[in-house]
Ligand binder design. Structure first.
Ligand code: QAP
Ligand code: CO
Length: 166
């Protein structure tokens, strides 16, 4: 296994739209393992393939306290959503920044698992927020794009300054 390099906002590659996975084969399963290792090492609760510069529809999530309940979503689709909730979100691609975002409270998601089998998942609360946040990445969208242009520009400038110091 290997940890992958995470792209940092405002890297333009974070705005790439991901393509569906055609075949959940051994290469994809190896990539899922590397994604999980990268997320756990960070540590984070969610990571989209877009964030490691692989533009395919694949997400790993683990919102459990013990970090021992990996959820793999390949080609995810939200089939039903209801309600709204506000949650203070962060992102491994925007380190040190946490801001409130409004999203659906409950969602029904359809996806393939790491063996390529289709499944449905009812999610609410933090898990629902995390799935919506990660699915946005697959569409090339970062959570700071929900903020006002003023806030977003402040964050952009902060990130550029930080990356200069590396
Ligand atoms: C997305 O985010 C998420 O700023 C996953 O310095 C976050 O794993 C969905 C992280 C919150 C719902 C609620 C962020 C780690 C991890 C940082 C993450 C940082 C170190 C973020
Ligand atoms: Co993110």
């Amino acid at each position: 296994m290997a940890t992958l390099t995470i792209l940092n906002y405002p890297d333009p590659r974070l705005h790439t739209v991901a393509k569906p996975v055609k075949d959940v084969n051994a290469d994809i399963r190896r990539f899922v393992d590397d994604m999980a290792e990268t997320m756990y090492a960070a540590p984070g609760i969610g990571l989209a393939a877009t964030q490691v510069n692989q533009h395919i529809q694949l997400i790993v999530i683990d919102t459990s306290k013990e970090q021992n309940d990996l959820l793999v979503l390949i080609n995810p689709k939200i089939v039903v959503k209801s309600g709204t909730q506000d949650y203070e979100e962060g992102c491994l691609s925007v380190p040190g920044v946490y801001e409130m975002v409004t999203r659906a409270e409950k969602i029904l998601v359809e996806a393939l698992d790491r063996s390529g089998k289709q499944f449905k998942l009812d999610a609410e609360g933090l898990l629902a927020v995390c799935i919506q946040h990660e699915m946005d990445h697959l569409l090339g969208k970062v959570f700071v794009e929900y903020l006002s242009p003023l806030k977003r520009n402040r964050i952009k400038n902060k990130m550029i300054k930080l990356s200069r110091g590396k």
